[in-house]
Design a protein. Sequence first.
Length: 476
Amino acid sequence: MKSAVETLNPTRVRLTVEVPFEELKASLDAAYKKINQQVTVKGFRKGKVPARVIDQRFGRGAVLEEAVNDALPKFYTEAVNEAEVNPLGQPEVDITELKDGELLAFTAEVDIRPVIEIPDYSGIEVTVDAVEVTDEDVEKSVEQLRERFASTNPVERAAAEGDVVTVDLEAKVDGEVLADGKADGVQYTIGSGELLDGIDEAVTGLEAGGEATFTSTLKGGSAEGKEAEVTVKVTAVAARELPELDDDFAQMASEFDTLEELKADSRKRLANMKQYDQATQAQERVLDELLKLAEVPIPEKLLEDEVRTRKHNLEHHQLGQMGLDLAKYLEIQGKSEEEFDAETREQAVKGIKTQFILDELVSTEKLNVNQEELTEHLMRRAASSGMSPDQFAQAVVENNQVPVLVGEVARGKALAVVVEAAKVLDTNGEVVDLEDEEETEAAAETVEAVVEGEGEGADAEQAEEKQAEKADKPEA
């Protein structure tokens, strides 16, 4: 077999391959055997039809077609290895010559990984937020814990802000009660903004048994976007009571004996969270600077496939699980479809560039992934997927995704190498010294988010949170 490679552009090549006919013998034999098992010829036992009879009855062309289809992947792979290129995706194959008994010739055009020159990243400098835990941060954390232990007690008085009221709702449009416009026994905290616009004013001052009518624009259901007349009846009023902030509360809400110990633990946890956030911020900003320095050509077909995959995953997985479609998601985000497409394409370009340059760094730095690192990564991925480690590991093996996980860890280690060489300052001008464990974990997560498009998932979750504000409302 003879082959030659022609570079069409930095991300695409054309392979020209010539195969002497004798090298097709194994595939021809396999073709005759396959056809033999599929046909019946009178006078011959199944599978024992001679080759000359198959040629006469079914045509030599059918045999050649079967043989060529069988042989092409092997010869294409040999040509790729000989040319020392890294193909991306499936090739476009064109058989240019097929002479029975003489020659098979074909061309194969395929996208390839571009040759990337790693830039000098030693001069990268970024600024990140300083790790500062204020007394206000601690008080807010403790207050959130206190809210979780709040109780409600029925009261016989008019409802006021902060009270929890139980209400029945009925929505009418053009004087007609909507089929999905009734809801009974809905609990609502006055002032939370979690129900229809105007309800706070309507129920404030009402006692149990009182009702009011107000006008509001419906945010869901069959008459979404229309103005409705909503009747709200208060069936119960309850006051929220927060526990006293004292040592008894600390013992009830935590493993600590005193409130001061609880606050000290909250301060420590907040500091750890902010340190991890700082490490992630450093990874993201260093990666952005690295991508600015590097020239990375992008294969157009790969880019289009990536854009299509990201849109499909968002529409059919993330949004589908949230009960949203793309149109509603864009409405919540305040984006046009053109803006969404442009952002998705920009994110896809960044993801491909990140993967290419970090893979090149893995190669040049000769970075390896050990079993412990892979196991830790698998455990974290399992936790984020909601699966047990055993279930996740089984799914990874069954779907041949082990190399994918290895690649994720390796790219995280490559980014950590760049961060280690960069100068990271906080907003106070202090040099930030990231711990190795923080670097590796934050780097792996940063790379995943960029390469796999998890930013879109975060946007979708924000959209879901906004959509959740409509929960417990009449489908109105």
